[in-house]
Design a protein around this ligand. Structure first.
Ligand code: HEM
Length: 195
């Protein structure tokens, strides 16, 4: 149990670091930047990349070694929505990364004035990253409670008893099924299913 709690803590901590670094980028990125700001942005961006790698690593550790087992998440549409949102954040982070590196190069150790259109465009990407990133925890909390987008179909996990979770930990699988039942009972779905 302690190792699972530490894995969850590490996942949360790396998420908070990612969010803080993204916020710092937004705060430092200005149309007129002195040489410290020009030098700081690519450094913040590198730390942001390391924090994202930590989020992925801790997420995969939870996925394969803790929580409810791989089969639970593989069958969860919301898990894949979470992964898709994360990929979108990754894509939105590319133009700012290239802009920070190009600005440092063009500034050649001095301060730099960005053309207003370029500043506005890059800032929109950073704000977009933050907006999409803030949706991921919502997907994560829904996913962790076994909530799904569509009612269970013929292939959904709910119908694959008992081997739906393959080699996954029986307790995790049993808990997963229980949490889905509780979630569905709350949403009034279960009655229909048992008919
Ligand atoms: C490759 C990327 C990721 C993987 C594989 C991953 C995987 C996981 C897993 C397996 C859990 C445990 C869920 C459970 O208790 O059933 C979890 C929880 C969580 N993840 Fe991630 N995650 C990833 C990225 C992220 C990101 C980018 C964020 C936030 C921006 C995030 C936010 C959360 C939160 C808030 C929880 C706790 C949910 C709860 O217990 O209510 N994850 N993640």
């Amino acid at each position: 149990m302690l190792s699972e709690a530490i894995a969850a803590y590490a996942h949360d901590l790396s998420i908070f670091c990612t969010l803080a670094l993204l916020g710092a980028e937004l705060a430092v990125f200005r149309p007129r930047m002195d040489r410290n700001a020009v030098r700081l942005l690519p450094q913040l961006d590198l730390l942001y990349l390391l924090a994202v790698i930590a989020v992925i690593a801790t997420g995969l550790v939870r996925l394969f070694f803790f929580a409810k087992g791989v089969a639970f998440y593989a069958a969860s549409e919301i898990f894949w929505i979470k992964m898709a949102l994360f990929a979108v954040v990754g894509l939105l982070s590319l133009p700012p990364t290239f802009a920070f590196i190009a600005t440092r190069k063009a500034a050649a150790g001095q301060g730099f004035d960005l053309p207003p259109a370029r500043f506005k465009r890059i800032r929109t990407f950073i704000v977009g990253e933050l907006a999409v990133f803030s949706l991921i925890p919502l997907a994560a909390t829904l996913m962790a409670r076994g909530l799904t987008v569509r009612p269970p179909g013929p292939m959904s996990m709910e119908r694959w008893r008992p081997d739906c979770c393959g080699g996954a930990r029986d307790t995790g699988a049993a808990n997963a099924r229980k949490s889905i039942r509780v979630a569905r009972r709350r949403s009034g779905d279960l009655g229909n299913d048992l008919k």
